[in-house]
Design a protein around this ligand. Structure first.
Ligand code: NAD
Ligand code: TYD
Length: 352
């Protein structure tokens, strides 16, 4: 079969990447979706069991840091477009060890840009969509929102590496005319989220009746978006966004960490038939994260007005849907965190 586009999705076995792959494989049978992933601790082919036999889906195990892997996949599939999600993504890990973040997020991104530049002769026919984070903008006080005009001010090794990758993407557009698009999204939540980030970790620990580690006083604010709405935004920006531009993605849905954890506790007490207030007793305030950004909040007006995107569900609906998924898929959690299944599961997280 001759595919209209052959899209390389990097990091397609990860949390957001797997939702992007699922959406594209189902919605566009005339596109070939090539999932390129190193399968680090965060990448898992279990995430794609429901689409991995589709005719328009292929998997290529490779490392974006290894230029020969990137060249091979471009040549083997005659790649026409890239949606780049592969990254080291956890702030706490970046504080413990920044070098993996420099290698994958910066060097890996530049390898992909180099290969796209070498392979693509006619820029109009291609798109390199770089998926990034709102954390590149730094930290807000109580007021205001991040817009596409906000100056970059990354403050963690993770956000510094993502900001650097964004600058390289922009530079390849300005210098070489590479047809790039960028998106910067707020915190995602949903199914298939590795249980080291706040929401899946708390769900897991509530089920297990383990302590719920809240950093500092729990007053930091995050702006949460359902992962499937992020995947829909990527679809819209990839197809209809303007070349050379970036789009902020977010759901105007701010929560302090402590309010969010308490809400989850109450929701899960009901789901698990526990006495009201039982899970809240598990909340444990722990030492704050170093350099902990106070508040993130996205203004997604550009995406909404120019491209007609808006979130499809409320946070309350999305969170209930997410909790139901974790309760029905405890075997997934066991598999992705168990020493026999994973080649690597950081000691850092074993006791939390
Ligand atoms: P994730 O950690 O769940 O998944 C990352 C994926 O990349 C994994 O499948 C992993 O195996 C793969 N990978 C890592 N290093 C690789 C390498 N060197 N070569 C090939 N593959 C490699 O991450 P996520 O939360 O799904 O985030 C995906 C992207 O979205 C990242 O670029 C992240 O910065 C961005 N983002 C995430 C969020 C969020 O809330 N999670 C918000 C905004 C933007
Ligand atoms: P996280 O899910 O790691 O995302 P990010 O740091 O990229 O925003 O953390 C979300 C918020 O929750 C952040 O303010 C840190 C806090 N947090 C805790 O309080 N306890 C935890 O165990 C984790 C993982 C995060």
């Amino acid at each position: 079969m001759k595919f209209e586009k052959r899209i390389l999705v990097t990091g397609g076995a990860g949390f957001i990447g797997s939702h992007v792959v699922r959406l594209l494989v189902r919605k566009y049978p005339h596109y070939q979706i090539v999932n390129f992933d190193k399968l680090t601790y965060a990448g898992n082919l279990e995430n794609l069991k429901d689409v991995d036999t589709a005719e328009n889906y292929s998997f290529f195990k490779g490392d974006i840091v290894t230029a020969s892997d990137v060249k091979e996949v471009f040549e083997q599939f005659n790649i026409t477009d890239v949606i780049h999600l592969a990254a080291e993504s956890h702030v706490d890990r970046s504080i413990e060890g920044p070098m993996d973040f420099v290698m994958t997020n910066v060097v890996g991104t530049v390898n992909l840009l180099q290969q796209a530049k070498a392979s693509w002769k006619e820029e109009k026919e291609h798109v390199f969509h770089h998926v990034s984070t709102d954390e590149v903008y730094g930290s807000l006080t109580d007021e205001g929102y991040f817009t596409e005009q906000t100056s970059y001010d990354p403050r963690s090794p993770y956000s510094a590496s993502k900001a650097s990758s964004d600058h390289f993407v922009s530079a390849y557009h300005h210098t070489y005319g590479l047809p790039v698009k960028m998106s910067n999204c707020s915190n995602n939540y949903g199914s298939h989220h590795f249980p080291e980030k706040l929401i899946p970790l708390m769900i897991h620990n509530i089920v297990q009746k383990k302590p719920l580690p809240v950093y500092g006083k729990g007053e930091n604010v995050r702006d949460w978006l359902w992962v499937e709405d992020h995947a829909r935004a990527i679809d819209v920006i990839f197809h209809n966004g303007k070349v050379g531009e970036s789009y902020n993605v977010g759901g105007l849905n701010e929560w302090t960490n402590i309010d969010l954890v308490r809400y989850l506790c109450r929701l899960m007490d009901r789901k698990l038939n526990r006495a009201e207030g039982e899970s809240e007793e598990l909340i444990t305030y722990v030492t704050d994260r170093k350099g902990h950004d106070l508040r993130y909040a996205i203004d997604a007006t550009k995406l909404e007005t120019e491209l007609g995107w808006k979130p499809s569900i409320t946070f309350e609906e999305g969170l209930e849907n997410t909790v139901d998924w974790y309760l029905a898929n405890n075997d997934w959690v066991e598999k992705v965190t168990s020493g026999t299944y994973r080649t690597y599961y950081s000691k850092m997280y074993e006791n939390r």
